[in-house]
Design a protein around this ligand. Structure first.
Ligand code: CAA
Length: 391
């Protein structure tokens, strides 16, 4: 249970993990971020170093290869990593929230040993695959199929898309239809292995931002999945997917917070140095008001994230959902990232548009946080359904 007290003060342990993450991110990630963005390659070396620090399975108990820390430690570390580079943040978030958290919550002992331990300890990389070319926001309208055979195994066919870490993942948490006539209640979760026959790597997405985080289609051609690699029961897949997205959305909110802070700090630095019309840019009231808005939004986003982390920690004991808190944090933090990156770039003028500074990368990276793991429109839909009692 996280120990954020009524004073909102971080414990010495929290400060330690935040500072360790900050040092690592600023010394090891920030200097290579522009290069990996340019070449669009997965930063395997730094991800391995993050694994050694326990960052790839931060909340998973040590017995299953993780670092055994709490939810607040996770977001503190993820914020620092994302501030240095949003691509590293995405890879870390998916590995932790969408994959490890799901297996730990729903997996049998066998699945934990085979599919969780190597990923939480960072020996293997994992992905989460829900989206298909014809089903994004309307996630349950998937066309891929898993057909059960007489020996209990399943044969999987279909095409999945927008899989973060898809090109490099060793294991994938895959959602596919076992009973199409049952709609969302016909979706089942499976753990599949990239080195097995029938697992085919599809098109790699040429993305606008988070270019160092590899994203691709995955194609399943008569992939045979043993019955014991099913996660949960048949038909439980959609609820597992949604539950994991609640956790994932806290991760993306935190990634967005890191991007927003990076953009904000770049803006403040520029306003205090650059002069125009005989004075520092920071002396112009129009720009002062913008910095004030950026700072206020960043601190509000941070509190919404901590609020969601608290709700998640409580849910671990009560079994309650924290969907509302996670969606509010994701919606607000992602729009804050976009706004801060937009304003920071505009304040920089021409040099902000140049690849000589990281501001244009923050702008490109920020945009995805309003799209993946549920667009801003989906978050508003989820929030409204919750507050209006429509669900
Ligand atoms: N937790 C648990 N259960 C949930 C849930 C949640 N957060 N949200 C919904 N459910 C349950 C509902 O209670 C309902 O259960 P019953 O059948 O028992 O009533 C069931 O799931 C169906 O719910 P809805 O009727 O609300 O479903 P819907 O079809 O209207 O869709 C949605 C709901 C919120 C729009 C959902 O489809 C959604 O979140 N869409 C966005 C998908 C998304 O975020 N995709 C991103 C994929 S990952 C990615 O981006 C790439 C990556 O690798 C990072």
């Amino acid at each position: 249970m996280m120990s954020l007290g009524p004073t909102l003060e971080l414990t010495p342990e929290h400060l330690m993990i935040r500072d360790a993450a900050r040092d690592f991110a600023q010394n090891e990630i920030a200097p290579i971020a522009a290069h990996y963005d340019e070449i669009g390659e997965f930063p395997m070396e730094t991800i391995k170093k993050m694994s050694a620090m326990g960052f790839m399975g931060l909340e998973i108990p040590e017995a299953y290869g993780g670092a055994g820390m709490d939810g607040l430690s996770y977001v503190l570390a993820l914020e620092e990593v994302s501030k240095a580079d949003a691509s590293h943040g995405t890879i870390m978030s998916v590995n932790n929230s969408l994959y490890c958290g799901g297996i730990y919550k729903y997996g049998s002992e066998l699945l934990k040993q085979k599919f969780l331990q190597p990923v939480a300890s960072g020996q293997k990389i994992a992905a989460y695959s829900l989206t298909e070319p014809s089903s994004g926001s309307d996630a349950s309208r998937m066309k891929s199929r898993a057909v059960k055979r007489s020996d209990g195994s399943y044969v999987i066919n279909g095409r999945k898309s927008w899989v973060t870490s898809g090109p490099v993942a060793d294991f994938v948490l895959l959602f596919t239809m076992t009973a199409p006539e049952r709609g969302h209640n016909g979706i089942t979760a499976f753990l599949v292995e990239a080195d097995q026959p029938g697992f085919v790597h599809g098109k790699v997405e040429p993305k606008m931002g988070i270019r160092a985080s590899a994203t691709s289609e995955l194609v399943f051609e008569d992939y045979v999945c043993p019955a014991e690699h099913r996660l949960g029961e048949e038909g439980e897949g959609f609820k597992i997917a949604m539950t994991m997205l609640d956790a994932g959305r806290i991760g993306i909110a935190t990634q967005a917070l890191g991007i927003a802070e990076a953009a904000y700090e770049a803006a403040v630095g520029y306003l205090t140095e650059r002069e125009a019309f005989g004075k520092k840019l920071g002396e112009f009231q129009g720009l002062q008001f913008q910095v004030a808005d950026m700072k206020t939004r960043i601190e509000a986003a941070r509190l919404l994230i901590y609020n969601a982390v608290l709700a998640k920690a409580k849910a671990q004991h009560s079994g309650a959902r924290y969907t509302l808190e996670a969606s509010m944090a994701k919606l607000y933090a992602s729009e804050t990232a976009m706004e801060c990156a937009h304003r920071a770039l505009q304040m920089h003028g021409g040099i902000g548009y140049s690849k000589e500074l990281p501001v244009e990368r923050y702008f490109r990276d920020a945009k995805i946080t309003e799209i993946y793991e549920g667009t801003s429109e989906i978050q508003r839909m989820v929030i409204a359904r919750n507050v209006l009692g429509l669900r």
